[in-house]
Design a protein around this ligand. Structure first.
Ligand code: 1GP
Length: 255
């Protein structure tokens, strides 16, 4: 039997091997030409996962996008739904996100109930994920659309307690999110504290738009970093960030 995505994540976590995911918004990469350009850009670089998702889903049928990607790349495709309403069985896994930093019942459990039967019936691997929004220095699409307050970025103890609660509730991943295009990414001190507090893999994303920020997140203990926006503006960034990741893993003696 093939190793599932979560097994891969656990394996990397146990061997302290860091991963890089690229987030693409299907509303931006909305046709085969754009998707082909994207695949050309990442080709030859070290990318572990492609996350697909966005806050506004203008095109609710993401099947064509996922199927196209699956036909052109071996990189696992993971759904990162901005809302609970889209699913593609062609993807390798879906992050079943509960926005545990917020107190909006729809995003804690409500939308999950609406899609639960369909998700359960599908063959897709489901990864329960505690999703935590951290103040990134300005309102982002996620904070606006989710009707939730992000955790202040100078309150690492709130973040770590929230992450522990997520783990105790059975979540298999914790995702610290500063929001796409955040001015400031999740601070290293917060990543460090959350990392120490939990025993499950930790994903960090939002506002990672230069190599220094990527290195900071990795040093602080992120098991995976996610980069989106910056690549839309500067595709060349993929080389820099994937090089940083490779060097980081090599420095930990992992090749
Ligand atoms: C994924 O929202 C992020 O967690 C992506 O953020 O677009 O700022 O890289 P950026």
């Amino acid at each position: 039997m093939n190793e599932g995505i979560y097994d891969q994540l656990l394996r990397s976590y146990s061997s302290n091997q860091k991963s890089l995911s690229i987030l693409i918004d299907p509303d931006v990469y909305s046709n085969e030409d754009r998707l082909s350009q994207f695949l050309k850009i990442i080709d030859g670089n070290h990318v572990n996962y492609i996350f697909v998702g966005g806050s506004l889903m203008k095109e609710p049928d993401i099947n064509p996008c996922i199927q196209f990607l699956k036909s052109r790349t071996e990189i696992p495709i993971v759904l990162f739904p901005g809302n609970g309403l889209y699913l593609s069985e062609s993807a390798d896994a879906v992050l079943f996100l509960s926005l545990i930093s917020g107190r909006n019942p729809e995003l804690l459990i409500g939308q999950h109930v609406s899609v639960a039967s369909a998700v359960k019936k599908s063959n897709i691997e489901v990864i329960p994920t505690g999703y935590m929004l951290i103040d990134g220095g300005r309102p982002t699409s996620v904070s606006y659309l989710s009707f939730t307050n992000p955790i202040p970025n100078d309150k690492p103890e709130i973040a770590s307690s929230t992450a522990i609660a997520g783990e105790l509730l059975g979540m298999k991943l914790i995702y610290l999110e500063a929001g796409s295009g955040a001015f400031t990414p999740v601070p290293g001190s917060m990543i460090q504290q959350v990392r120490k507090a939990i025993d499950i893999p930790l994903i960090v994303g939002g506002g990672i738009d230069n190599t220094e920020k990527a290195i900071n997140a990795l040093h602080a203990g992120a098991d995976m970093i996610v980069v989106g926006n910056k690549l839309e503006k500067n595709p060349g960034f993929i080389k820099d960030v994937s090089y940083v990741l490779k060097k980081f893993n090599e420095s930990l003696d992992i090749h």
